[in-house]
Design a protein around this ligand. Structure first.
Ligand SMILES: [Zn+2]
Length: 115
């Protein structure tokens, strides 16, 4: 399962960070874009399994959805899209230039007491 290996990658990142700070990780905050290729629900359900037998067991994965933002060359402006259509909602021009939406990144860790 694709999402399980991604979850395990995130666990590894958080584990090494926990080791570096000598802290227990309570929650991992992740930014996820619609073009990341990752299904949020599948990732969330894989989380517990990925954390098994690691220092992250019992931690939470908090996913923040990143909107799909493109640059419209005709409007010369950034536009937020509601669907993955790649058309400017204002002028209907094609907008292949993705500004946000591919994110799959850990941006914060909630740490508890020292492990
Ligand atoms: Zn436009």
């Amino acid at each position: 399962m694709h999402e399980l290996s991604i979850a395990m990658n995130i666990v590894e990142i958080a584990e090494s960070e926990a080791g570096r700070r000598n802290a227990r990780i309570e929650a991992v905050h992740l930014r996820l874009g619609p073009l990341s290729g990752v299904v949020k629900d599948a990732l969330l359900s894989a989380w517990e399994l990925a954390c098994e037998n690691t220092v992250l067991a019992g931690s939470r994965l908090v996913v923040e959805d990143v909107p799909l933002v493109v640059y419209c060359p005709r409007c010369k402006a950034q536009r937020t899209l509601d669907s993955i259509s790649f058309l400017c909602p204002e002028c209907q021009s094609p907008t292949p230039d993705v500004v946000h939406g591919r994110e799959l990144e850990v941006f914060a860790l909630e740490v508890g007491d020292a492990a």
